[in-house]
Structures are given as structure tokens and as C-alpha cells.
Design a protein around this ligand. Structure first.
Ligand SMILES: *Cc1c(COP(=O)(O)O)cnc(C)c1O
Length: 391
């Protein structure tokens, strides 16, 4: 008999009933160190006092009014994002995949309005993940996500990761945009080298194609800059955001330059919930913390500490791990053992990690984890790896 919850996930038998910072409490009282943060969502950890205050204060005022009216918190969050980034304008969504929908629509409408009605193709990359909507799965293109769901949204080309020649050959006068994650998340924590992102920007400048960055997972302080592309010193035309921006409240956004957004006039797009007062009140509190340079310094300090420890972990468990990769607090342990077994061994040591493709275990902790949390994380991962060797 089918379960009352549609069985699209195979879930670990864990019931977390309370969270505090980087810790989650199981119903049976066990305390787990959370290095997954709800897949890079709980940017400030669990139950951060400033987020709890922002949400409860807003909950006592007004929850929802719709985008038929001005929403003060939405305006405030849009202004913060525009001030802190390349963007001139922002549309709020509720998820990453909705951000993908708008990014694709925006790029196509841009060219349509310029009279280039054939310029609809979007170049994307193998191993990418852009969410589970029809545009999201068509954009990612993998058989795992698309099989059985045809006909797929047309107009996507998929190129191998890192094949510069294939990329140059693929861009044509029908290319509307190039869509890429600066650090692939689900694909196995694969960072795009800064040089490649610069090269992509140049290619877009030469051909006119728009550069769409999917920073749903790698954005909002995750790599130690507010957005990952800042490391390469280049700017996109359109950027997808979600996950960390709401700190656990469902919130996403599409950021764009004035030019890239020029086709999106009144009536061309909408969302009932997008940018709702509750979500944006929380988003403002997240931004107030994460956009602070002192906060990002701390992210980089903890990232250095964690990465160094992980290098040691890999060296002491060569049968379990192959190497460490990633950027900031978006780290991947490429495994020799099966990644799912490593995650499982972690649960036994009360530490939470997240599997990814390419046999990788992801570490995406709260950005404000403490030095002590990092030491504890390394001790628990070491115990998990040791338990596998002796198993
Ligand atoms: C999670 C993710 C998405 C999809 O976000 P949802 O909120 O699950 O729709 C899109 N792109 C990337 C890079 C992601 O990591």
C-alpha cells in the first residue's frame, strides 16, 4: 500500500524534534551534530535568535497580503540584495526551481523583445542540478531526473563539465544564455575554476549570450563570499538564489541587471507567495548577518579549519576517502568506500552529512558553526571512518 506521503524519498529513520545552532535533537534525546544544515539551507543554524525574533514579530503583524500590494519587507530585502550585489532588480520566489523557471523565461523574453525570436537555446552542463520543475529537469538533462517525464521543455544543450572546446563550438546566434552553477552541489561539490568563470563571462560578452548563475546552493555566504562568483571577479546577468537566503523559511530569488530583466514588464510573471512578508522578514535578518564582512571572515576562518582537518582525515583513512574538494563551507569528501555507507556510519556517531553524486559526501554546515563544532565534527567523522574500517 502506498504511504500517506508520496514515496519519492528514501528517508533515514531519524526524527528531529528540536534544533539549536549546529545541533539537532532526535526524539529519543540523542544530539546530532548537523553538517548538512537541511542541504545548505539553515545558513545561521537552527533557531537563531535573530531569525526567531524576525519571524515571530512579523507573524504578529501580517502573514500574507499578495503581490497586488506593496510589501514593505519585500522592498527592504530587494534593496539589501541590490545594494550588496551586481543586480539592479529582484523577483522573489519560494524555491530554487521556481528561480530556475524565471531565469529561463527572463533570458528568452530578453531576446524575443530584441526581435531575435529564434534565440531561445540555453546551454547547460552535465552533472548540474537546477531543481525538479519541468524547466529544472530539462536544464539539468540527466536521465535520472528526466526519464519518463517527457516531452521535456525544449531548447537545452548539455555540455561536459570543463570542455572549453565543446563550449566554444556550442555557442551560436541562437544561444540565449549559458546556465551554470559556480560550484556544482548535487553533482558532487565540483567548483568551477575562477579562470573558467572568467572565460564564460568573456564568451558571453563576445556573443551577447546572457550568463545565468545558479547560486541556489553555493550562494549566501556559503563559499566565504556573499556569492560564489565574487571569487572570480566577474558578474552574471541573471542569478538564481534560494536555500540559504531564507535560513530555513522557504524563500528564493532571481537577481538580474536592468538590461537582462528588460523584458519582464507588468503581467509577464508572477507568484502568489513569492516575497511574502514572513519570508522576507526572515530574509532581511539573514542578509543582515551574512552580508557583514566580519561574518564572512568567520566563515573563511571556520572553512580553513574544517578543510585542514578534513585533509588529515583523508590521510588517516585512505581506504574510506580519496580527497577533499569544494570552497568555503561547501565541502565534499570524495569517497573510496560507498558514500551512502559513510553517511550511515556518520549517523551512528551522531553526525549528519549529505550524499551527492560522484560518490561524494557533502559537508554544508551552518555558516556560524563554532571552532568547537568543527573539532567535534572532525572527531565524529574520524570515529565514523574508523568504524567502517573495522566493519
Ligand atoms: C537545491 C537546488 C535547486 C533547487 O532548489 P529547490 O528549492 O529544491 O527547488 C536548484 N539549483 C541548485 C544548484 C540547487 O542546489
Amino acid at each position: 500500500m502506498i504511504s500517506s506521503i508520496l514515496p519519492t524519498y528514501s528517508r533515514a529513520p531519524l526524527n528531529f524534534v528540536k534544533g539549536e545552532g549546529s545541533w539537532l535533537v532526535e526524539a529519543d534525546g540523542r544530539r546530532f551534530l548537523d553538517l548538512g544544515a537541511g542541504i545548505a539551507v539553515n545558513a545561521l543554524g537552527h533557531a537563531h535568535p535573530a531569525l526567531v525574533a524576525a519571524l515571530t514579530e512579523q507573524a504578529n503583524k501580517v502573514w500574507h497580503v499578495s503581490n497586488l500590494y506593496n510589501i514593505e519587507q519585500q522592498q527592504a530585502l530587494a534593496d539589501k540584495l541590490v545594494d550588496a550585489t551586481f543586480a539592479d532588480t529582484v523577483f522573489f520566489t519560494n524555491s530554487g526551481t521556481e528561480s530556475c523557471e524565471l531565469a529561463v523565461k527572463m533570458a528568452r523574453k530578453y531576446w524575443f523583445d530584441k526581435g531575435a525570436e529564434d534565440r531561445v537555446e540555453i546551454i547547460a552542463f552535465e552533472g548540474s542540478f537546477h531543481g525538479r520543475s519541468s524547466a529544472g529537469i530539462a536544464a539539468a538533462g540527466s536521465e535520472k531526473m528526466t526519464k519518463g517525464f517527457g516531452p521535456l521543455l525544449a531548447g537545452f544543450t548539455h555540455l561536459p563539465w570543463g570542455d572549453h572546446e565543446a563550449l566554444k563550438a556550442a555557442v551560436s546566434e541562437t544561444t540565449a544564455a549559458i546556465l551554470i552553477e559556480p560550484v556544482q552541489g548535487e553533482g558532487g561539490i565540483r567548483p568551477l575554476p575562477d579562470q573558467c568563470l572568467k572565460g564564460l563571462r568573456d564568451l558571453c560578452d563576445e556573443t551577447g549570450a546572457l550568463l545565468i548563475l545558479d547560486e541556489v546552493q553555493c550562494g549566501v555566504g556559503r563559499t566565504g563570499k556573499l556569492f560564489a562568483h565574487e571569487w572570480a571577479g566577474v558578474e552574471p546577468d541573471i542569478m538564481m538564489v534560494a536555500k540559504g537566503i531564507g535560513g530555513g523559511f522557504p524563500l528564493g530569488a532571481v537577481l538580474a541587471t536592468e538590461d537582462a530583466a528588460s523584458g519582464m514588464t507588468a503581467g509577464t510573471h508572477g507568484s502568489t507567495y513569492g516575497g511574502n512578508p514572513l519570508a522576507c522578514a526572515v530574509g532581511c535578518a539573514v542578509m543582515d548577518h551574512v552580508a557583514d564582512p566580519a561574518f564572512l571572515d568567520q566563515v573563511n576562518a571556520r572553512a580553513g579549519q574544517l578543510r585542514q582537518g578534513l585533509e588529515g582525515l583523508v590521510a588517516s583513512h585512505p581506504d574510506v576517502f580519496e580527497d577533499v574538494r569544494g570552497a568555503g563551507l561547501m565541502l565534499g569528501l570524495k569517497c573510496k568506500a560507498t558514500n551512502l555507507d559513510v553517511v550511515q556510519a556518520g549517523y551512528a556517531q551522531e553526525v549528519i552529512t549529505v550524499p551527492a553524486a560522484d560518490n561524494v559526501v557533502r559537508l554544508l554546515p551552518a555558516l556560524n558553526l563554532t571552532e568547537e563544532d568543527v573539532r567535534e565534527a572532525l572527531a565524529r567523522l574520524d570515529a565514523a571512518a574508523s568504524s567502517m574500517a573495522s566493519a
